[in-house]
Design a protein around this ligand. Sequence first.
Ligand SMILES: *Cc1c(COP(=O)(O)O)cnc(C)c1O
Length: 382
Amino acid sequence: MIPYGKQDINDDDINAVIDVLKSDFVTQGPKVPEFEQSLKYYTGASYAVAVNSGTSALHIACQALEVGKGDIVWTSPITFAASSNAALYLGADVDFVDIDETSYNISIDRLNRKLIEAKSIGRLPKVVIPVHLCGQSCDMAAISELAEKYDFKIIEDASHAIGGKYKNEPIGNSTYSDITVFSFHPVKIVTTAEGGACMTNDENLAKKMELLRSHGITRDENLMQGDSHGPWYYQQIDLGYNYRMTDIQAALGTSQMKRIDDFVKKRNQLAARYDRLLLSEDVTIPLQHDDCYSARHLYIIKLKDGYDHRKIFEKMRDGGIGVNLHYIPVHLQPYYQNLGFNQGDFPAAEDYYSKAITLPLYPTLSEDDQDHVVETLLNALK
Ligand SMILES: *Cc1c(COP(=O)(O)O)cnc(C)c1O
């Protein structure tokens, strides 16, 4: 089976991990700050807080922005459920903004209209979480303009997007947002096995997130109430979690970051090759905006009307192609249906779901394998 995604680990990566295993610290040594440094250097953001998953990153990002009971958080229905679960963890209400039919990212038009309506009924969101689907940035300039107008905060869910650019600037620099979140799960662009990070230019938010990733505990006397009891002393000043990344993971991440541009270049070459091979075929290839350089985490095609989506998907799986579907609209999940969402709530997302297929794409995918994917697809379409 040709998988839909796959990590690329080389000897340098392996040796970086072995070095940590032979060192004094397997966690909380020098490697996590080194990895954070590499993320800051690469993206241009002022602060990086590495954590043990993208989900944890979303959770503490929401908490740092003081999302809680009575607050409302909006995101896209076409995302991994973690984007909206993070707000639910904190007792907030979640709602979705339907997608744009061509980019599959959150629709600016629909966001605009939903904000006007929400304002009229006093239900404006506290935070909006745009998701850069497949690695292509959302229209962040437009979203940040709306954030000013309607006074909401922005967390970019850039789990797919490290290595990509928006208006020639690296995604993650958080120019148009309060916090940008990355995931380093093995199917993503660079990996730390499990892992994630929060990028921000706001020192206060960075400090809050550092506290939250480690139980809300500080050893900084300036943050303590009263005097220190001695050199052993620490204080818990907030309710946080154990969301720390290990040095083993961070060393892998720093090593992977040295190759990120190669990974993304290779993904773009393969995506362009898919475009060429599929251009004259009866499928919709993913549209790319001029001001975006996508990290190309996923290559998603859409079937045209009249095709049997499930049958084509099954034929590809039967043919040894590990196609996938990103994503089942979050509002259709039973848990979300129990919260009151219904089929029909977000028609563009649901239409997308009835047609989308994720084709295999990863840096080590060979052209022969890619040809085999295309051939299997074209046979299935017949
Ligand atoms: C992978 C992913 C996450 C969660 O990341 P983990 O590291 O798996 O916790 C969140 N949002 C999106 C869009 C993702 O693809």
